[in-house]
Design a protein around this ligand. Structure first.
Ligand SMILES: C[S@@+](CC[C@H](N)C(=O)[O-])C[C@H]1O[C@@H](n2cnc3c(N)ncnc32)[C@H](O)[C@@H]1O
Length: 221
């Protein structure tokens, strides 16, 4: 196998490198591959077409993690992205909510292998149902393609986000309104979020995912 070139750590346990003349993203991991990604010694490739968070970072936007954060993840599916966040927050904890039985059963297998993942089988629009399990968190990550995705984020942040907490929302325009111009939907979403949060950044996920933007927010003081 070829060597990785120009390897650099961009945030705690997150690396960029060049492989076959292409920039790739990796997380430091003592675990085996989980979804068909390549492993280079102790680094697991983080594939941007499979994970929107990888797309955000590969596009050049950085998130500075310390590694000991508490994070609430809404829309875990089978855990592709959670597996990388679990590598990154090696001294932290991830509460991960998913309500669809099929991906959740695969996700449970991942959670059994990892010490820092708490899997929660629940509807993220009803945070009161898991408020006895989840503590206050530093970060909320949401990837839920639902019409009421912004309400879900706000509800969960009211329950669980610390005073200086931050969040990332992957917003899918077509799920909110399939007939409206995505630009109009995204502007409405940003307007709604600005009532409660400082918007630190937003951008499309092109060329890796179409019809989406990510929004990085911080609780308003
Ligand atoms: C796009 S997939 C998430 C992919 C995942 N974040 C990743 O990167 O590996 C969206 C997931 O959100 C879940 N979901 C949608 N609405 C939900 C809700 N109200 N509560 C919990 N999970 C929900 C779906 O079942 C689906 O698995």
């Amino acid at each position: 196998m070829k060597e990785l070139q120009d390897l650099k750590e961009i945030s705690h346990n997150i690396y960029k490198a060049v492989y076959n003349n292409k920039e790739i993203l990796l997380t430091k991991s003592s675990y085996p591959p989980y979804y068909g990604e390549r492993k280079f010694d102790n680094l697991r490739e983080w594939i941007p077409s499979r994970s929107k968070l990888s797309a955000v970072l590969l596009k050049g936007y950085n998130l500075k993690f310390r590694g000991d954060e508490k994070l609430l993840y809404l829309g875990a599916a089978s855990g592709t992205t959670v597996s990388h966040i679990s590598d990154i927050l090696d001294k932290g904890i991830i509460y991960a909510v998913e309500y669809s039985a099929k991906p959740f059963s695969k996700f449970l297998e991942l959670s059994k292998m990892r010490k820092n993942i708490i899997p929660i089988f629940a509807d993220a629009s009803k945070p009161e149902n898991y408020s006895g399990i989840v503590e206050k968190v530093d970060f909320i990550y949401q990837d839920i393609a639902q019409k009421n995705q912004i309400d879900i984020f706000i509800k969960n942040s009211n329950f669980f986000l610390k005073e200086n907490g931050e969040g990332i929302i992957m917003v899918k325009a077509r799920s909110i309104d399939s007939t409206e111009d995505p630009e109009v939907v995204f502007n409405e979403v940003l307007k709604e979020l600005r009532k409660r949060f400082k918007v630190l950044a937003f951008n499309t996920l092109e060329p890796f995912h179409s019809d989406h933007i990510f929004v990085h927010v911080k609780v308003l003081k």
